[in-house]
Write a protein that binds this ligand. Structure first.
Ligand code: PLP
Length: 379
């Protein structure tokens, strides 16, 4: 019989043979075209100072939260932050979670019950799928952004129905058709769970996301916003009704059984939004870089059609095959561009891709050079 070490080693060897072994690497000083720091806030020294000053104002804060929010980890600051986030996101209430991963597993594992149905876009984030797996509800994927397939599933669904979709899909960069999806949800009495991880900070007033920008927030059952991407800090919140938030406080295990975020993280969230409020030029600057990238890719380099259509800072070029995709990424990295290959099983086999993330701090010259190198790496 194999011992456990041999069993694990065999699985790692299989990954190695398939060309998709994951490993940790340190930053190597290349030009960042892969991080989620779209607005450059994670590296912004003015924001860093602002967080330090605001934190110092809090007197002699605890270094850690000391426990779960339900035991010793709650604070006046957390409660006020949540009231403020609820008003930013135009919801009755907001509840902070330690990460988007925790928020997503929380809502999907806790809210849909036995006899209910979860219908999810096949491309939703792993954390949403994980939450659905933990739920006792039935769960079915519908084809990516395909409303006909969603409707076919809705017709067969039973119990309370939950539809799960994202404002920006993390591996494709495209968006769910929110308005049409809500029309369908309302037709079949379904509730939408809407993840705004990659749109928080980038759309809407003071970064309150796509649903608020479209004025559709009141038709959505639950919205998830994360702060570790464009906001440059850490954590997440769920925005929804008073009843939903009370329910999560009572039944969501990733909220109940974990140490709350420390004050420093809460201050960082608040200050990141203050900073964005003082710098409204940042999201338009980013959208300008996206437009430049797309124009350059299609008009000058005939690469446009190879990219998945996306108005977000995530631009994905499907190459196909782990080895080929890794080889193109390696050539880009040798040229100094930090572009990462996204391989199967993170995406479907045959859809392996380069995922290029654009940032306010990427210059037009860097973007042009990146695309020129990409054109030659693809030949
Ligand atoms: C769509 C989506 N939702 C949720 C998450 C998880 O958020 P966090 O990084 O805060 O755990 C991610 C992270 O990549 C994501 O892409």
């Amino acid at each position: 019989m194999q011992n456990i070490e041999q069993k694990l080693a065999l699985q790692l060897a299989a990954r190695q043979a398939a060309g998709n072994l994951r490993f940790l690497r340190l930053p190597e000083g290349m030009i960042d075209f892969c991080s989620n720091d779209y607005l450059g806030l994670a590296r912004n020294q003015e924001l860093h100072r602002q967080i330090g000053e605001a934190y110092a104002w809090e007197g002699e804060p605890l270094n850690g939260a000391t426990g779960s929010r339900l035991i010793s980890g709650n604070s006046q600051y957390a409660v006020e932050l949540e009231t403020w986030l609820a008003s930013l996101f135009k919801a009755d209430k907001a509840l902070v979670f330690n990460s988007g991963y925790a928020a997503n597993t929380a809502i999907l594992s806790a809210v849909p019950q036995k006899g209910d149905t979860i219908l999810y876009d096949e491309y939703i984030h792993a954390s949403l799928k994980e939450g659905a797996r933990l739920s006792f509800a039935g769960r079915f994927a519908f084809r990516h952004n395909n409303l006909d397939d969603l409707e076919r599933r809705l017709k067969k669904a039973s119990g309370s129905i939950f539809v799960v979709a994202e404002s920006v899909y993390s591996m494709d960069g495209d968006s769910a058709p929110l308005r049409e999806m809500l029309d369908l949800c309302e037709k079949y009495g379904a509730h939408l769970i809407w993840d705004e991880a990659h749109s928080t900070g980038l759309w809407g007033t003071n970064g309150n996301g796509l649903a608020c920008e479209m004025g559709l927030q009141d038709r959505i059952f639950a919205r998830i916003y994360t702060f570790g991407k464009a906001m440059g800090v850490h954590g997440a919140c769920i925005a929804g009704s008073q009843t939903l938030i009370n329910y999560l406080i009572n039944f969501a295990r990733p909220f109940i059984y974990t140490t709350a975020l420390p004050l420093h993280s809460l201050v960082s969230i608040r200050e990141a939004f203050h900073f964005l409020d003082k710098h409204p030029e940042l999201p338009p600057q980013l959208h300008g870089k996206v437009t430049f990238f797309k124009q350059k890719a299609s008009a000058y380099l005939s690469l446009g059609s190879q990219f998945i259509s996306s108005g977000s800072p995530i631009q994905a070029l499907v190459i196909g095959g782990n080895e080929k995709t890794k080889s193109v990424a390696a050539q880009m990295q040798q040229a100094g561009f930090d572009v990462r290959p996204i391989l199967a099983p993170t995406v479907k086999e045959g859809e392996e891709r380069l995922r290029i993330c654009l940032h306010t701090f990427n210059t037009e010259q860097e973007i042009s050079h990146l695309l020129e190198h990409l054109t030659s790496a693809l030949q």
